[in-house]
Design a protein around this ligand. Structure first.
Ligand code: NAP
Ligand code: 3JN
Length: 347
């Protein structure tokens, strides 16, 4: 019999696009679970989900749901985290929160383990998982920052609809079928649920993810800017972002321009990234090898390719970064944080 310590784990938002990937990832990693509790809103209470070939009944989340829970993985929206994360902490759980509710809170570590795992130990009950677009970018850029210094990032994203949840996946499917059948496409959700205007996502590209802020950037863009500085512990990095939604189901892609302090060769950068944790280099233009969203889907790594020097700026470099937004961008990063809590005795 194994003496391995096991933990009571709650997944909040278990029926959602991210929650389902959380379950898949916990199972794949054989996370040491004693009891598993699957929580959702009243709507899905009573539904069943399988984990390790066992059937679990989903329950409505209430404050009492967290009695006896050691680790709670939240991905049910910021409002749910604001309401229930403190209740979970009060009852002794450590929360790994996938929403933006606490990301910029000075008392809450914001963690991508390949970048700032040590920040986890300072938690006071809640650890925040960054936005998916931020995670894949900082995971790829941290090795460059550590070795060559990082002054500036300009990023344009090409984001999958699964970042907007299960309903957005359905909207892309339905619009695609309607368009191919010669029917009108109904746009009811994207770019942002509840906003005045909606545009079809099928066969389209929408330069709006989340609502606009007063400075003309969207919240998604501001998340990338602010979260990058917090995770990298560097307020001096200049970051600009343009976030775009594409008719892709899974994996976000990013065209990234960086200016470094130093001027390494492209070969030096490739060698560094090829040996970096969580990063896979796919960069052989002569063989048309570069990352794509379809190929990255279902895999935990951050894929980097198309690395080249800027033609005018000596310390400027361009690259293409792709990762499964529901795995490294959400579920896998959260489970990595949970694994680190356990491994380092930081619970
Ligand atoms: P989704 O597919 O729409 O799923 C939403 C989940 O939240 C469902 O399980 C839903 O349960 C649950 N939920 C909704 N209201 C609830 C309530 N009052 N109490 C308890 N559970 C409730 O959305 P998703 O794509 O999985 O995303 C969920 C959240 O994760 C997002 O809002 C966001 O905050 C976060 N997220 C983070 C990233 C990232 O970048 N790290 C990426 C995507 C999402 P029902 O089945 O009962 O409706
Ligand atoms: O749109 C994407 O590709 C990522 C979306 C993330 C998201 C969606 C709804 C609410 C977030 C997030 O994690 O930043 C939130 C939120 O919690 O603010």
């Amino acid at each position: 019999m194994s003496n391995q310590q096991t933990y009571n784990v709650a997944v909040v938002g278990a029926t959602g696009a991210v929650g389902r990937k959380m379950l898949e990832t916990l199972e794949k990693r054989q996370f040491p679970i004693n009891e598993l509790k699957l929580l959702s809103s009243k709507r899905s209470a009573g539904k069943t989900l399988t984990y390790n070939n066992q059937t679990y009944t989903v329950e409505e989340a209430t404050p009492e749901s967290f009695e006896g829970i050691d680790i709670a993985l939240f991905s049910a929206g910021g409002g749910v985290s604001k309401k229930f994360a403190p209740e979970a902490v009060k009852r002794g759980a450590v929360v790994v929160d996938n929403t933006s509710a606490y990301r910029m809170d000075g008392n809450v570590p914001l963690v991508v383990p390949e970048v700032n795992e040590a920040d986890i130990k300072d938690h006071k009950g809640i650890i925040a998982n960054p936005n998916c677009s931020t995670i894949q970018m900082v995971a790829a850029l941290q090795p460059l920052k550590a070795k060559y210094g990082l002054k500036r990032i300009i990023v344009s994203t090409y984001q999958a609809v699964s970042g907007s949840g299960a309903e957005a996946i359905e909207e892309l499917k339905t619009q695609t079928e309607d368009f191919l059948n010669g029917d009108d496409m109904k746009a009811e959700l994207l770019p942002v649920k509840g906003e005045d205007k909606h545009y079809p996502i099928a066969f389209n590209a929408l330069p709006q993810i989340d609502v606009f802020t007063d400075n003309g950037y969207t919240f998604e863009e501001m998340k990338m800017i602010n979260e990058t500085k917090k995770i990298m512990h560097d307020e001096t990095i200049n970051v600009a972002a343009t976030c775009v939604r594409l008719p892709v189901f899974t994996s976000h892609a990013e065209s990234v321009y960086v200016e470094l302090d130093d001027t390494p060769s492209v070969e030096e950068i490739k060698t560094l990234l090829a040996s970096s944790d969580g990063v896979t280099l796919q960069d052989k233009p002569e063989e048309q090898i570069y990352p794509t969203p379809l190929a990255a889907a279902g895999l935990p790594d951050v894929f980097v390719g198309r690395i080249r020097k800027d033609l005018n700026q000596e310390n400027g470099y361009h690259m293409w970064i792709v990762s499964d937004n529901l795995l490294k961008g959400a579920a896998w990063n959260s489970v990595q944080i949970a694994e680190s809590l356990v491994k380092n005795h930081w619970l």
